[in-house]
Design a protein around this ligand. Structure first.
Ligand code: SF4
Length: 142
């Protein structure tokens, strides 16, 4: 008898308890951790996958670029990381993602406005935009 395929979701690694945020912190979410342990959620940190170090200087989206607080353009690392995380999503057969709110990479629906002042505006992070453009269903986890 063939195995029944288990539906997997893609999740932000920081929600799965990985200390991968710019400040080396995690944002653990009990339900997501449970699904990772059960093997039904695949954690990815697209910023790390793009080659950015941890800890790293925080960055925000400004226009069509991602700029860190020191003024460095990290758009390429963001694009590379989003592409690599997408490759993993495809490999694992994920069609749905649960991503960390407000991040310039994983944010869904609301992101920081580029002034590094904590103000939010409507918008998606780089990875979220890529997933949505390919028709994946993306959910925000606060
Ligand atoms: Fe979390 Fe996504 Fe930022 Fe990585 S890129 S720390 S997974 S919000």
């Amino acid at each position: 008898m063939s195995e029944i395929a288990v539906k997997k979701i893609l999740v932000s690694a920081c929600l799965a308890g990985e200390e991968c945020r710019y400040d080396c912190q995690a944002r653990p979410n009990a339900e997501i951790i449970k699904q990772v342990v059960e093997g039904t959620a695949i954690p990815v940190c697209p910023e790390q996958l793009g080659g950015l170090p941890t800890p790293r200087t925080p960055a925000e989206i400004i226009g069509d670029k991602v700029i860190d607080k020191n003024g460095n353009d990290v758009s390429k690392e963001y694009q590379n990381g989003a592409a690599e995380a997408l490759r993993i999503a495809k490999e694992e057969g994920c069609t749905e993602a649960y991503l960390k709110a407000k991040s310039p990479m994983c944010g869904v629906g609301r992101i920081y406005d580029g002034s590094f002042s904590g103000r939010l505006i409507a918008g998606d992070g780089v990875f979220t935009k890529l997933l949505k453009s390919l028709g994946l269903s993306v959910h925000r986890v606060d």
